[in-house]
Design a binder for this molecule. Structure first.
Ligand code: HEM
Length: 333
């Protein structure tokens, strides 16, 4: 349970359900330009069906999980192509407008970006929107609530310039939209960071050698990625016979490189199971010991975006909500 700082109403949130929903809505808006509504709900439902079949038995018969998944993808693709066509028609009449990623892609003049390709790319980009970033945010909230000292530091870091502070140190949030609602709440009005805040967040998220104060959002996000990243490792196929540290891997074999065994190795990270954002004050993120976003040619291109989204979310989260006194949420209450 959390208490909203603006109106002091109590809000019970289930981060596991709320966050993927909010992040999905926001990303779909940025990618396709859809406002929350029927089409977003349709896309989300079909997307979940599609994802459920990504790891399934390779049997493509009606009724199987894989078959249902592929059907769902076709339905998503149909809707996306319809949206792309509508946008192309609008551009022909009114001239090009750029509001979202599809607008950018249909503005490409090379003639190589077919509607099929654009629609496939949109579906691919929904995967991190539904899974990776929401899990990162959910875990950050879990670790912060288990570590009040880090939460307190983060609240201090985000408490804003003095003119916005209320007596008692809280940030004046009266004019801000609420990030979470009780179910009755209207669509959240997002407060975008100022130019100055955005520049600061950009610097922090890009920095690979992190030296900021222990409570800064970047260290919290980095430590969350180390301790509980959704992606435990990645698959690779040997393109020729290769020997790695005395182990022979024949050509054609698949190898699973397991990030977690490095991220939780106590010879690299002391007390590896302990959530400790302070460790990043001294430690740099060397590429071989910290690989939540993979590495090399396949390094995740969304790493800055993922960090930025999580930073903005945490900012709103810690400035708008606080934990109520223990007696309000203890088991006996
Ligand atoms: C916490 C969030 C995220 C994590 C932990 C994550 C992790 C990863 C990892 C480990 C890979 C490498 C896969 C491999 O080498 O086989 C990858 C690839 C990729 N990620 Fe992310 N990712 C996140 C967010 C995002 C976001 C927000 C986007 C885009 C909006 C994105 C787009 C991609 C794409 C397109 C690839 C494929 C790159 C390629 O194959 O060349 N990811 N991600």
């Amino acid at each position: 349970m959390l208490v909203c700082r603006s109106c002091t109403c109590a809000v019970i949130i289930s981060t596991v359900h709320c966050i993927p929903h909010i992040v999905f809505q926001t990303l779909v808006k940025g990618l396709i330009g859809l406002q929350p509504g029927d089409d977003t709900t349709f896309l989300k439902r079909e997307f979940q069906q599609f994802i459920a079949g990504l790891m399934s038995l390779p049997v493509k018969l009606p009724g199987t999980r894989l078959y249902r998944s592929l059907q769902a993808k076709k339905r998503m693709s149909r809707l996306l192509k319809k949206i792309i066509q509508e946008k192309r028609n609008r551009n022909r009449i009114l001239g090009p407008t750029v509001n979202d990623v599809i607008d950018v892609l249909i503005g490409d003049t090379s003639g190589q970006l077919t509607d099929e390709l654009i629609s496939d790319n949109m579906i691919d980009l929904m995967i991190p929107a539904e899974d990776s970033v929401p899990v990162l945010i959910t875990l950050a909230i879990k670790y912060l609530s288990d570590c009040p000292r880090a939460l307190h530091k983060l609240q201090g870091y985000h408490s804003g310039p003095p003119k916005n502070r209320k007596p008692g140190g809280q940030t004046d949030t009266r004019n801000r939209g609420r990030v979470f609602g009780t179910g009755r709440a209207k669509e959240p009005a997002i407060k975008y960071p100022t130019k100055h805040e955005a520049a600061r967040i950009r610097t922090q998220t890009r920095s690979l050698t992190l030296t900021g104060p222990a409570g800064d959002p970047s260290a919290v996000i980095t430590e969350t990625l180390r301790l509980g990243n959704i992606i435990g490792g990645i698959m690779r196929k040997a393109v020729r016979d290769v020997e790695v540290k005395g182990h022979f891997i024949p050509k054609g074999w698949c190898v699973f490189t397991y990030f977690r065994s490095v991220h939780l190795d106590e010879s690299i990270y002391g007390e590896p199971l302990c959530f400790n954002p302070w460790r990043w004050k001294e430690k740099g993120m060397s590429t071989s010991n910290f690989t939540p976003f993979g590495g090399g040619q396949r390094l995740c291109p969304g790493l800055d975006l993922a960090r930025l989204e999580a930073s903005i979310f945490l900012h709103h989260f810690v400035t708008n909500f606080t934990q109520p006194p223990a007696h309000l949420w203890s088991q006996n209450s």
